[in-house]
Design a protein around this ligand. Structure first.
Ligand code: BGC
Length: 552
């Protein structure tokens, strides 16, 4: 299969997120790897994907699951080599699947060559100016330079002595201390990232997912301003590009320069921003003059409630139009609780508290959660725009709630007073087979413990069951390719506040029953597919989506 030269291939694509360390282990060291991915291209093809997005696979000590990058232009030897990457890429392309790689521009790792040089260098040196080093406050510089917070630690400043530095300075990190922030006021950093983008684009990479895309540029003018907590979306909007740490006007200049690079390729390289800003704030990042797309994360927090979905859908479509882009739909990623679990909890349950109680503080309706998640996925697949699927979502996997404290890897927990159990529960390696060592993930166990029930959700078991989430996904994704329509949709009145019905311009209809009552759609069209069994004569059971074809 050859890849089309269509410049707009990405606008309504299905992109599957691979978390490489947890996808498939080819050499029995307990970590998924590049050859593991290559060995499963048949599986990826069976999902009728347009592209895969690989979370970081670069050399890393894995303090933050690979989002602590030692070298942006190499493959972690634990995961393979550049030659393995090239082989994977050419086989993916041969199977008609494109590839996005993750770019982490806000911070490197403390093991990056340039950070090692910076720590060894004098204050004020060119090596230190690649990062953000400052003298501390207090009589002898014993206090951090500002009150800036970090996502994974109380302060965004760590004294250099913790990293072996011999001077009395502090360096800035919005995430873990092992993730020092780059100084984006330094042209050398801007140029180095252009070099990284070119390095992967020249190898044939089709697109980039940009990590924490609203960060990078900070107000570094002296004296540094106070910013004791992160601004809310609303506050960022009001700041209008002048917040000290995030969403600054200057970051858009960086993306305009990246766009020029993307346009030098045929077809142009594409990018999607991970920007923690409001739906309105995302418009600039998604504009065709910048990255071209921005993740729409609003559904990640939504409950399985019709009106919540509808408001988010309407808002996202309006904003995508403003940006000249198409929107992205996702229910899940490697930072989020699995949707089967989210939707199996009562909407009133605080998900973080529930996770911290190891899932014991209130009951989980596992079956309802799985059904709702599959129904939700079929709904988003039918919307105009891109569908993102996070590995394991197609199996209806649940969050793993009982990872023992001693095995937790996530810095969100380890570096933050162990307040929040963090994100490991959605990063547990995939089950490929019903039984066997780590359920077919690899021969050497699994870097995060898999629960006993994982085998029942395995690709082997679900492939043999026509009613499994995997079988429903496979059919839906294959059909989606044939049903894809111009980027428009119309809502239809259902007379039931818990039922959403929309159609696409070619007569493709999607009806989702979010409620607890049955809904009758008799006469709305010919059934093409459904996320679960339907009743007789147009009966749509609770937590089910049906696709129909109607005459225009
Ligand atoms: C990634 C996280 C990561 C953080 C720091 C995010 O937005 O998705 O997994 O911890 O960036 O790089």
């Amino acid at each position: 299969m050859s890849l089309s030269k269509d410049k707009n291939w990405w606008r309504q694509a299905v992109v599957y997120q691979i978390y490489p360390r947890s996808f498939k282990d080819s050499n029995g060291d307990g970590l998924g790897d590049i050859k593991g991915i290559t060995s499963k291209i048949d599986y990826l093809s069976s999902l009728s994907l347009d592209a895969v997005w690989l979370s970081p696979f670069y050399p890393s000590a894995l303090v933050d699951g690979g989002y602590d990058v030692d070298d942006y232009r190499d493959v972690d030897p634990k995961l393979g080599s550049l030659a393995d990457f090239d082989e994977m890429l050419s086989k993916l392309h041969a199977a008609g699947i494109r590839i996005f790689v993750d770019i982490v521009p806000n911070h490197s790792s403390n093991l990056h060559l340039w950070f090692k040089e910076a720590i060894a260098a004098e204050p004020g040196s060119a090596a230190r100016n690649r990062y953000i080093f400052r003298d501390g406050k207090g009589a002898s510089g014993e206090l951090p330079p500002t009150d800036w917070p970090s996502h994974f630690a109380p302060s965004a400043w760590t004294h250099e002595s913790k990293m072996g530095g011999k001077h009395n300075q502090w360096y800035c990190h919005l995430f873990a201390p092992e993730q020092p922030d780059w100084n984006w006021d330094n042209r050398e950093i801007e140029e180095d990232f252009l070099k990284t983008l070119k390095f992967w684009a020249d190898r044939g990479v089709d697109g980039f997912r940009i990590d924490v895309a609203h960060a990078m540029k900070k107000d570094l003018s002296e004296p540094l301003q106070s910013q004791p907590r992160y601004a809310s979306h609303k506050e960022l909007e009001l700041a209008n590009g002048t917040n000290v740490l995030f969403d600054r006007n200057e970051v858009h200049e960086v993306y305009k320069e990246w766009r020029k690079l993307f346009e030098q390729y045929d077809p142009p390289r594409v990018a999607v921003a991970e920007a923690n800003v409001s739906a309105e704030g995302a418009v600039k990042y998604a504009s065709t003059a910048e990255l071209g797309q921005c993740f729409n994360f609003e559904l990640l927090d939504a409950n399985f409630i019709a009106n919540e979905f509808k408001l988010i859908i309407d808002r996202a479509l309006v904003n995508a139009k403003k940006a000249g882009s198409s929107t992205t739909w996702c229910l899940n990623n490697h930072d989020q609780m699995r949707p089967a679990t989210k939707f199996g909890l009562l909407p009133t349950v605080d998900r973080v508290n529930w996770r911290n109680s190891n899932g014991t503080s209130s009951p989980l309706d596992e079956k309802l959660g799985t059904q709702s998640a599959v129904a939700g996925s079929m709904l988003i697949m039918a919307l105009p725009g891109c569908t993102y699927i996070y590995q394991g979502e197609e199996l209806g996997l649940h969050e793993v709630m009982d990872i023992p404290e001693s095995e937790i890897q996530d810095p969100q927990y380890l570096r933050n007073h162990k307040i929040d159990k963090g994100r490991d529960g959605c990063r547990v390696p995939l089950p490929w087979t019903k039984t066997g060592s780590s359920f077919g993930f690899g021969d050497g166990g699994s870097h995060l413990p898999q629960p006993k029930h994982f085998g029942d959700y395995s690709i082997e078991v679900e492939s043999a069951d026509p009613s499994s989430p995997l079988s429903i996904f496979r059919k839906a994704l294959a059909l989606r390719k044939t049903l894809i329509a111009p980027e428009d949709m119309t809502w239809h009145e259902t007379g039931d506040a818990q039922v959403l019905h929309f159609s696409r311009p070619n007569g493709w209809n999607c009806i989702t029953n979010f409620g607890r009552n049955h809904y009758n759609f008799d006469g709305a069209g010919e059934v093409i597919h459904s996320s679960g069994p339907l009743g007789k004569a147009g009966d749509l059971p609770p937590a089910t989506t049906v696709w129909l074809r109607s005459s225009l």
